[in-house]
Design a protein around this ligand. Structure first.
Ligand code: AHM
Ligand code: MG
Length: 322
């Protein structure tokens, strides 16, 4: 099985970018080890702090954020970083070619139940017109990403990665400490009979979206004429890993009862990197009205509705929202 670095070289990925990806993955391997130790190394449970979004930080959120931050700041390859767990962007190395944003540990509520969790990351080119310490470095649509990926800490530790070409899947060989290519090209089938959404929010959705889900639930007896199955992990990285592996539609629509902040998932750290992986695996990724990768960001912690996965099912869902 091919190792990650030779595979990236074969894809003609520039050396500076390969070194940066390697840095991120060095941090992820350490996070994988800490996650695996769990209660044995006293990393479970919460801190007394909240992040800027008012969410309680778990100990592993803080540890993972610090590991990624320290390694990226030392790498010399990154001009600016942004993290879901940092209030503001952090300036790193002046004149470095890239900027990096990450969700250090997505699916925090799964940490204490030994459920799936993961690190999501995205890389853009730095903007020479903007200071390193400015959050305007990240005012780039997701279509400008030069690399997007996640590391899933499940029964195996797996990496999904795209550098513009196909989305590929690697598995961490813990005996050798390296990621080996295990799926050359991910392809999301256009059709699916599996959906992934939090049904507990049913009464907070728009009438169009509720109508769509109602028709899914009616199965063979409704207009869809087929039986659908449902899966919900509580960690986007786990749900999207399933969608990338065997198809499906993942939805986190707007909550109509919260007009000030209707969406939950973050554009920069969650929606954009997953959207790039999905599109490069022949899937589609939209908010309720527009292609995610075309959104011009207005701030780093911006949130958006998310509907992504199997292309035909995404189209069907969007038709209900018109
Ligand atoms: P997190 O980054 O704080 O873990 O929050 C994001 C997570 C997503 O991974 C997941 O899809 C969603 O929140 C789960 O939400 P819910 O609590 O509605 O199940
Ligand atoms: Mg998250």
């Amino acid at each position: 099985m091919k190792r990650l670095i030779p595979r990236l070289e074969q894809d003609n990925v520039e050396i500076e970018l390969i070194l940066l990806i390697k840095t991120i993955l060095t941090a992820c391997k350490e996070i994988s080890f800490r996650v695996g130790q769990g209660a044995l190394s006293n990393v479970l449970g919460s801190t007394l702090d909240e992040n800027i979004q008012g969410e309680t930080q778990k100990k592993l959120d803080v540890i993972s954020n610090q590991l990624l931050k320290d390694m990226l700041l030392e790498s010399g390859k990154v001009r600016t970083i942004a993290s879901e767990e940092e209030d503001y962007v952090v300036a790193a190395t002046d004149d470095a070619p890239y900027i990096v944003a990450f969700d250090p540990l997505d699916g925090s509520s799964n940490i204490d139940i030994n459920g799936q969790i993961g690190t999501i990351f995205t890389i853009y080119r730095a903007n020479n017109e903007v200071p390193a310490e400015s959050e305007l470095q990240f005012a780039q649509p997701g279509s400008e990403q030069v690399c997007a990926g996640y590391v899933l800490y499940g029964p195996s530790t797996m990496l999904a990665l795209t550098t513009g070409g196909p989305s590929r899947l690697y598995t961490l060989d813990k005996t050798q400490g390296c990621f080996l290519l295990t799926t050359e090209t991910l392809t999301i089938a256009a059709e699916t009979a599996e959906f992934s959404l939090n049904m507990a929010n049913f009464h907070q959705w728009s009438s169009g979206f509720s109508h769509y889900v109602n028709d899914l639930l009616l199965g063979e007896n409704g207009v869809r004429g087929k039986k659908f199955n449902m899966r919900w992990n509580g960690a986007m990285v786990g749900d999207m890993h399933r969608v990338l592996s065997r198809g499906g539609i993942f939805c986190y629509p707007n909550d109509e009862s919260k007009p000030a902040q209707p969406a939950k998932l973050r554009l920069l750290y969650e929606a954009n990197p997953l959207a790039m992986l999905v599109e490069n695996a022949h899937g589609k990724a939209y908010t309720e009205h527009e292609r995610i990768l075309s959104i011009q960001p207005t701030h780093i912690h911006q949130r958006v509705a998310v509907i992504m996965g199997s292309a035909n099912e995404v189209d069907t869902c969007l038709a209900y929202l018109k």
